[in-house]
Ligand binder design. Structure first.
Ligand code: CP
Length: 347
């Protein structure tokens, strides 16, 4: 379980059991979120800081919501309006925030490796919310969680990941997680956007989008980063859409019950057609909902290092879903003392 770790920095260095353990805990959190009052006191007394040095809608808001659903106190930091504009370094910024009594730091940064650096200099637990072109582990986890919720398994699934693989931290985290859990991953996109050492990821490289979609259980479409056109990596948006965009016609090559995924924000009409984004196969908004549950799970498991949560119990309770791959299961229960739900690990 990642409960033995201080930080969550990427899926590359997690084991299959650790990933399955997070997914099982996220299942319990989904049950909490489906309650009339979707809140548990598990992180009461802990404070989390969300440090976003890059823009974000989904990740920032869902981390903040996850912290609040677990009853943590939260503070938010954004570069604009901060002392970063006066030249304060990343280290000084983070150390000053930690000095205010912070237990967990969520960080998004444009530099690959920034969360790893902070994990070394801070006592607080560090969660990577996206670093440069390296990893976006909670996005990978929420994508895999969404696949598992629909398909009941990851082992043996055929997953196509399409688009700008080279610059995509979402693609990297998906690939590491999916391959560890036994999925068969095929990638496709412009040749200028394929990593040179792609074989080391354990994926198949399809010659084009149509070949990658053929027989797929899941099609995960990456956002085209518009600045790449300025860098000359593809000629025009129209050309990208025509050659690499996922349309209804292209999607017919997939399995009839294919899931269409996109991490957002979408460029409608470019990498994904309007009617695919909003069509019957799309689980794009469900990914966002699941993002809160997955981030609750990660915060909860890392907070165990900080002595948070209620003591282990064997009593009561509806059990959270489990594939049996994890070494712990979790119970979501109502305590008589507070008459409010708690979420505590059961060993
Ligand atoms: N998927 C994702 O990271 O979206 P945001 O940039 O809005 O957080």
């Amino acid at each position: 379980m990642i409960a033995n770790r201080k930080d969550l920095l990427g899926l590359e260095d997690l084991s299959a059991d650790e990933i399955s353990g997070i997914l099982d805990t996220a299942r319990s959190m989904r049950e909490v979120l489906d309650r009339p009052i979707p809140k548990v006191p598990s992180l009461r007394g802990l404070t989390a800081a969300n440090l976003f040095f890059e823009p974000s809608t989904r990740t920032r808001l869902s981390f903040e919501l996850a912290e609040k659903r677990l009853s943590a106190d939260t503070v938010n930091f954004q570069t604009s309006g901060s002392s970063v504009s006066k030249g304060e370094t990343l280290r000084d910024t983070a150390c000053n925030i930690q000095a205010m009594g912070i237990h967990l730091v969520v960080v998004r940064h444009q530099a690959s490796g920034a969360p790893h650096y902070l994990a070394r200099v801070l006592d607080a637990g560090v969660i990577n919310a996206g670093d440069g072109t390296h990893e976006h582990p909670t996005q990978g986890l929420l994508d895999i969680f969404t696949m598992r919720e629909h398909k009941g398994r990851i082992q043996g699934l055929r997953v196509a990941i399409l688009g700008d693989i080279l610059h995509s931290r979402v693609a990297r985290s998906n690939i590491w997680g999916l391959v560890k859990l036994g999925a068969s991953v095929t990638i496709a996109g412009p040749t200028t956007m394929m990593p040179a050492d792609v074989e080391r990821f354990g994926v198949e490289v399809a010659p084009n989008v149509d070949a990658a979609i053929e027989g797929a259980d899941v099609v995960n479409i990456l956002r085209i980063q518009l600045e790449r056109q300025r860098a000359g990596l593809y000629p025009s948006l129209r050309e990208y859409s025509r050659v690499h965009g996922v349309t209804r016609e292209r999607l017919r090559r997939a399995k009839p019950d294919v899931l269409v995924m996109h991490p957002g924000p979408m460029n409608r009409g470019v990498e994904i057609a309007q009617d695919v984004a909003d069509g019957e196969h799309s689980v794009i908004l469900e990914q966002v909902t699941n993002g809160v549950a997955v981030r609750m799970a990660v915060l909860y498991l890392l907070a165990a290092q900080k002595g948070a949560g209620d003591p282990p119990t064997d009593s009561g309770a509806a059990t959270g879903g489990s594939t049996g791959a994890a070494t712990e299961t979790h119970t979501v229960e109502a305590t008589k003392r507070h008459d409010e739900p708690t979420l505590s690990p059961r060993r």
